[in-house]
Design a binder for this molecule. Sequence first.
Ligand SMILES: [Mg+2]
Length: 200
Amino acid sequence: MVTSWVLHVDLDQFIAAVEVLRRPGLRGKPVVVGGDGDPGKRGVVSTASYEARAHGVHSGQPLRTARRLCPDAVFLAVDRAAYEAASAQVMGVLRESGAVVEVMGWDEAFLQVDTPDPEAFARLLAERVRERTQLDCSVGREPITSYQFADVSRNTPAGLPNPVASLACSLFWPMPTVQSSWVASRTRRWSPRAKPSGSS
Ligand SMILES: [Mg+2]
């Protein structure tokens, strides 16, 4: 039976991954991206690689704290243009899948798709993203019926342009971050690679 599904695509450590792609020598090293890349100046961590996170570095932390926690980390300046270009490439791949795509940020999107086999669809999607962009992502999935139930229960105004936008707005816009995270975390995840906890 063909069922409608909502897929949640989340790129793994997106900003750090983009930086490592253009500086392959950084692979496997603690990398911290934030501000103008000078940990002696004021500024906050935009993202940290898994290796830096293992030292307690995390997004939103002052760069100086990150340097204290992980003095050997490589600090890089934020390069928005590079992340926007990489993100646009990924979203292009997602749109080519034929799904309705609602972009939620540089590294995140919801897709609505009608398929009898969401796991195969998710796997193919992640493989295509990897082939075309060399970036890894994980894909969560949930039958659309449970989202519609949540939608109705929140008494969302009708008339939004597409179901995914409607769902995304009703689920995420009015809700505190903790609840949004809860929705994302309760979708069953499939990833081409095992990934450490605390990823973004
Ligand atoms: Mg992410």
